[in-house]
Design a protein around this ligand. Structure first.
Ligand SMILES: Cc1cc2nc3c(=O)[nH]c(=O)nc-3n(C[C@H](O)[C@H](O)[C@H](O)COP(=O)(O)OP(=O)(O)OC[C@H]3O[C@@H](n4cnc5c(N)ncnc54)[C@H](O)[C@@H]3O)c2cc1C
Ligand SMILES: *[C@@H]1O[C@H](CO)[C@@H](O)[C@H](O)[C@H]1NC(C)=O
Ligand SMILES: *[C@@H]1O[C@H](CO)[C@@H](O)[C@H](O)[C@H]1NC(C)=O
Ligand SMILES: *[C@@H]1O[C@H](CO)[C@@H](O)[C@H](O)[C@H]1NC(C)=O
Ligand SMILES: *[C@@H]1O[C@H](CO)[C@@H](O)[C@H](O)[C@H]1NC(C)=O
Ligand SMILES: *[C@@H]1O[C@H](CO)[C@@H](O)[C@H](O)[C@H]1NC(C)=O
Ligand SMILES: *[C@@H]1O[C@H](CO)[C@@H](O)[C@H](O)[C@H]1NC(C)=O
Ligand SMILES: *[C@@H]1O[C@H](CO)[C@@H](O)[C@H](O)[C@H]1NC(C)=O
Ligand SMILES: *[C@@H]1O[C@H](CO)[C@@H](O)[C@H](O)[C@H]1NC(C)=O
Ligand SMILES: *[C@@H]1O[C@H](CO)[C@@H](O)[C@H](O)[C@H]1NC(C)=O
Ligand SMILES: *[C@@H]1O[C@H](CO)[C@@H](O)[C@H](O)[C@H]1NC(C)=O
Ligand SMILES: *[C@@H]1O[C@H](CO)[C@@H](O)[C@H](O)[C@H]1NC(C)=O
Length: 651
């Protein structure tokens, strides 16, 4: 029995699904290949190899025969279809955790692993190397990860590590970053499926739903609120879905006809930009090199150095492949499953399913100029001139975004990059990380900047702009946006989108942010997606942060974070009815649903109930999260991080 399972079942499961699918998809592939030369509608590109390996009813029936145990085989069964469940939320109960009687036995996890083709990982925290009471203890490896701790790649290459460990409970920090002398699993998941096929996602979704396990999805782990962590969870790790394909002429269901790119959900910005460069096109991604393109970034809206030109990342999506909460694999476009297509373009990650790939628009190669410069208070005559220099920037926001430009700046009072709130510190600095002028030459960019630079000159600010131009976006992006780190637990941020209304920016309260518009000047934004409407009228996205240090107590962390939440009232007051960018926001945001989702929220919530009636998917701040609470075990209020059992909200 055991030998048969390990050698036979997984193979037969995968093979039967693969052959069934490749047979049924063969004609689709052919018609897509032909689409570039004929007018035949082919709104969906061919599936990637891993997407053709699917769990079918037939494969499940074969598995059931092999298992010969109905209790076991039911654990992997598909869920009821979306039409047969009503009032699903009423059935919510606390998620099962390790140690509970209902937690699956080791033998069951082993069977799950065999069905997955051995892609189940039992993860340990990265920094366990540093703690003598862990069997992983290894002083050399500890010093290696300690020196790399603030390097993002250390964390996105790990099955469970995240960029902001504050939200998993900073339970196992590397030496020098620790505030205790202990290492625990915290909210790092208990098991991880290192997925490479749709069948594995389907098995994981079915297994978690049927057993009432907490389920999380981790792509790169960049989320500002640590959404891909969860205590006691089963995690689906999408990092290795690295397939990509370019279609010079693609006809989409929404009428778009032009170049397009299909990206596996594990593709990161640098990979998408490099692929776009060799394909002689431009695609929309974030500024950060290692952030995913086809994951939480796009689902949450996604802002880009090219947004003032081409709009939000979610606006670019033409088709998506998704495993829904019932375990079924579907395609969503503006014509097929259009409600799902609407929801996942702006409604956030981890809501109703796991996306395996996105097909996005591509644009012609775009000559681009970037400009980088900075000054500190000592480069200005006095504090008054320093603040006037910043106001002169604000005076030009509208002209900049109306020209399709974007700017990413820091304004603070210390050497740390993020804005700080240290009372009394007057060592002010302004840094334009990158002013991006798409489709402009250096002389054109200078002309655009002239009114601002004239004002700086009149204020006697000394600064030396560095201009950088290339005939394609990739090459300027690569030098103008240095690699950003991860792994720190000493900052708490909040976000606000500021609209075009002048009075909203004249108070000069910004600390760090962007001049950016979510309505590109070169395109019409789609009206059928769930992007927060405040983006369409935005002139600025502001991120405010406060900091503490690695040894700070939870009480200090808690106090400082409340300070940010409250300080943000200043920006909320001058931008009534606007909102906050969910992917870079504060999980304590007041009226969070309205701030993150705007008028779209009621429909998003309804779709959440329709497609995920049992509440399989959960992430702090995600659609429907208000029905749940994380019973945090750190000395913090509930739902302040992911380090606790997930239960329906008690009142
Ligand atoms: C250094 C840095 C730079 C950034 N730059 C930008 C920027 O320029 N523009 C911008 O808009 N944002 C930016 N962000 C924010 C970024 O958009 C969010 O961190 C986003 O959540 C990252 O998505 P991810 O899939 O890479 O990461 P993850 O943290 O792994 O995932 C984020 C959320 O999406 C869910 N998710 C991921 N993949 C899937 C999937 N396939 N199916 C279902 N759910 C999924 C996860 O469960 C999680 O809830 C930046 C963040 C950092 C830390
Ligand atoms: C079937 O599997 C369940 C779960 O592992 C186990 O408890 C039960 O004993 C098995 N039944 C038989 C008949 O083996
Ligand atoms: C959900 O149910 C509707 C019928 O109400 C059906 O048309 C649709 O295909 C179903 N969607 C999924 C993803 O199962
Ligand atoms: C669903 O909820 C509504 C409103 O609360 C109630 O009237 C209805 O009877 C419920 N239906 C079922 C099947 O429980
Ligand atoms: C954590 O910090 C303490 C003191 O701050 C130190 O003594 C201890 O060795 C550290 N532990 C680890 C594993 O780094
Ligand atoms: C995850 O799977 C990929 C292949 O898809 C493999 O290269 C990688 O080593 C695996 N990682 C772990 C930690 O098992
Ligand atoms: C991109 O342009 C170069 C130079 O014109 C050309 O050699 C190459 O084939 C093009 N690549 C694609 C994918 O069109
Ligand atoms: C870029 O500029 C050229 C002329 O300078 C213009 O023809 C083209 O439409 C512009 N492209 C975009 C995307 O605005
Ligand atoms: C700038 O410097 C000039 C010449 O030194 C001086 O006349 C002028 O008053 C200064 N302006 C400001 C705003 O400091
Ligand atoms: C700030 O600008 C000066 C030139 O004015 C430059 O020499 C310096 O490298 C810049 N600093 C950073 C951190 O880019
Ligand atoms: C860290 O912050 C605490 C207050 O939270 C303070 O007492 C301590 O001196 C700080 N340590 C360092 C190294 O700055
Ligand atoms: C946190 O704030 C509370 C209430 O204002 C205060 O009593 C306490 O001293 C603060 N603790 C720290 C460590 O700052």
């Amino acid at each position: 029995m055991k030998g048969y399972l390990s050698l036979g079942l997984a193979t037969s499961l995968v093979a039967s699904a693969a052959s069934a699918q490749s047979a049924s998809r063969a004609s689709v592939s052919l018609s897509v290949a032909a689409a570039t030369v004929t007018t035949s509608a082919s709104a969906v590109p061919p599936l990637f190899p891993g997407e053709t390996v699917q769990l079918t009813d037939d494969a499940l029936a074969k598995a059931a025969t092999a298992l010969n145990n109905e209790t076991l085989s039911r654990m992997f069964a598909f869920g009821a279809s979306n039409t047969t469940i009503v009032n699903g939320t009423r059935d919510h109960s606390c998620k099962i955790m390790p140690g509970d009687a209902a937690w699956p036995a080791a033998s069951t996890w082993n069977i799950f692993d065999q069905l997955l083709g051995r892609s189940l990982i039992k993860p340990v925290p990265l920094a366990a190397y540093c703690y003598p009471d862990w069997s992983e203890y290894d002083a050399d490896k500890c010093s290696e990860i300690t020196s790399d701790w603030l390097d993002a790649s250390l964390h996105f290459e790990d099955p469970t590590s995240i960029m902001l460990p504050l939200y998993e409970g900073r339970s196992c920090m590397a030496t020098g970053y620790n505030y205790t002398s202990t290492c625990t699993q915290g909210a790092y998941p208990t098991y991880v499926v290192n997925m490479s096929t749709v069948a594995q996602v389907q098995l994981a979704v079915n297994f978690a739903r049927n057993q009432n396990l907490r389920l999380v999805v981790k792509n790169t782990g960049h989320d500002f609120n640590g959404k891909p962590s969860g205590k006691g969870a089963l995690s689906i790790w999408t990092h290795w879905l690295k397939d990509k394909a370019f279609y010079p002429v693609f006809k989409a269901d929404n009428g778009y006809s032009g170049p397009a790119m299909k990206l596996g959900t594990g593709i990161q910005a640098w990979e998408a930009y490099e692929f776009a460069k060799v394909s002689n096109v431009t695609v929309i991604g974030g500024e950060g090199a290692t952030v995913g393109v086809a994951g939480g970034y796009t689902f949450g809206g996604g802002h880009s150095p090219l947004s003032s030109m081409y709009g939000m990342a979610a606006d670019q999506v033409l088709a998506m492949e998704v495993v829904l909460a019932d375990g079924r694999f579907i395609t969503a476009t503006s014509k097929q499953n259009s409600d799902i297509f609407w929801m996942l373009r702006g409604g956030g990650g981890s809501t109703i399913g796991v996306v395996t790939s996105l097909t996005i628009k591509a644009y012609p190669k775009l000559p681009t100029t970037t400009v980088t410069f900075n000054w500190t208070i000592s480069d200005t005559p006095n504090a008054e001139a320093f603040w006037a220099s910043f106001r002169s920037y604000l005076d030009n926001f509208e002209a900049f975004v109306d020209a399709g430009a974007y700017g990413y700046y820091y304004l603070g009072a210390s050497s740390l990059e993020m804005g700080t709130t240290y009372a009394g510190d007057t060592d002010y600095y302004f840094r334009m990380e990158s002013f991006v002028a798409p489709n402009m030459t250096i002389p054109e960019t200078k002309k655009l900047l002239k009114p601002w630079f004239d004002a700086l000159d009149n204020l006697n600010v000394s600064y030396t702009p560095w201009y950088n131009h290339a005939d394609n976006f990739h090459d300027v992006w690569k030098v103008a946006f240095p690699l950003e780190g991860g792994g720190s637990d000493v900052v708490k941020t909040a976000s606000r989108l500021l609209p075009r209304k002048k009075d909203a920016i004249e108070k000069g309260l910004f600390i760090a942010g962007f001049h950016i518009s979510g309505t590109g000047i070169a395109v019409e934004p789609p009206t059928d997606n769930a992007v927060l409407p405040a983006w369409r009228d935005a002139l600025a996205h502001v991120i405010v942060g406060s900091e503490w240090n690695f040894t700070s107590s939870w009480e200090t962390v808690h106090n400082s974070s409340l300070f940010v939440t409250n300080w943000m009232d200043a920006l909320r007051e001058i931008s009534p009815g606007s909102g906050a960018y969910m992917s870079e926001a504060d999980l304590l945001e007041p009226n969070l649903q309205e701030a993150f989702y705007g008028v779209n929220y009621p429909r998003l919530y309804e779709l959440k109930q329709k497609y995920d009636p049992t509440g399989l998917f959960f992430a702090l701040t995600a659609v429907g999260a208000e029905d749940w609470e994380v019973q945090v075990t750190d000395p913090l209020p509930y739902s302040w991080n992911n380090n606790g059992r997930l239960c329906p909200k008690s009142s």
